[in-house]
Write a protein that binds this ligand. Structure first.
Ligand code: GUN
Length: 298
């Protein structure tokens, strides 16, 4: 067995949701209504359906209103944009999330651009991407924000640490790099064309793996004592015929022998995403109503 401390994202997320629920109760008193999160799902992708169901349940459990819009897979882009516009104009809706991926006949960038940036609790709108890049208050994508929360909880200040982010997606890799830069890390963004990935990982005090390749990052690549955050969720064949199991982008068995601390899969980063979404939603509700909120408790 490995030496690394296990970073318990499930416990952290439960705690965060309890703090959100307290702030949401305060919002209800001040605003005379619950904060509201609208989720739009187009089509019947089974993984997306599971996410959306869990989002709805956890939203209600935190004392907020959940609005679900389930549209058939052959919905036109124009009809989806009309739903988004209606949510933009609905005062009961504080946060809007359009579940990705969208069916192939839709332009995701156009749909995201239609969301009011001040209700964009996913932080995907270019206005929020720009706010993050320039240090203005806005909304930050949930998964990378959850990763930084776990890192700060474990390490305290991240200032001056070397971080490598493996992956350059708009949802995780790029915002992750911006957040770590804002925490005064020295950031390397590695990707499929990086010449010597093990060498880049070897220099890092913090390793963020977000590539979607099962167990790619090996223990022998790591600097001893490094903190490893595994964003991967990959389903691979299990030991028994016909069974599958979930693994991350990090080879947990070897990495936990070398790392100082590591997130498991499942139970690490995964549970953080919805908790941070609820956090972003209660922040949006306060900001958009002009109400004070102590964001430091969240
Ligand atoms: N699909 C997978 N993750 C996400 C997410 O965080 N937000 C949205 N909108 N879609 C997703």
């Amino acid at each position: 067995m490995g030496e690394a401390a296990i970073i318990d994202g499930k416990a952290f997320a439960e705690n965060l949701r309890a703090r959100v629920a307290e702030v949401a109760a305060g919002f209800l008193e001040k605003a005379n209504r619950k904060a509201g999160l609208a989720v739009v799902l187009v089509g019947e992708d089974p993984a997306s359906q599971v996410y959306v169901r869990n989002k709805g349940k956890q939203t209600v459990a935190c004392g907020m209103e959940s609005f679900e819009h389930k549209l058939p897979v052959d919905t036109s882009e124009a009809d989806l944009l009309a739903v988004v516009e209606q949510l933009n104009n609905d005062p009961a809706v504080d946060g809007i999330l359009v579940q990705l991926p969208l069916p192939g006949h839709m332009d995701e960038a156009k749909v995201i651009a239609t969301i009011n940036p001040d209700k964009d609790v996913d932080g995907f709108h270019v206005v929020n991407v720009g706010r993050l890049a320039t240090g203005l208050p806005g909304f930050v994508p949930c998964t990378p924000l959850g990763c930084v929360m776990l890192l700060k909880d474990k390490l305290g200040s991240l200032s001056g640490l070397d971080a490598v982010v493996i992956g350059r997606s708009n949802i995780v890799g790029k915002p992750m790099a911006q957040l770590l830069l804002a925490e005064s890390c020295t950031v390397t963004v590695a990707h499929s064309r990086t010449k010597d990935l093990p060498e880049a990982v070897r220099r890092a005090d913090i390793v963020i793996a977000a590539v979607g390749r099962p167990e790619m990052v090996k223990g022998e690549w790591l600097k001893p004592g490094a903190t490893v955050i595994d964003v991967g969720i990959n389903r691979v064949p299990g030991a028994e015929e016909g069974k599958t199991r979930l693994v991350g982008d990090v080879d947990f068995a070897s990495a936990s022998e070398v790392a100082g601390a590591i997130t498991p899969v499942p139970g690490g980063v995964g549970p953080m995403t919805i908790a941070v979404l609820l956090r972003n939603t209660i922040v949006a509700a306060h900001r958009n109503m002009g109400l004070e909120i102590d964001e430091s408790v969240l």
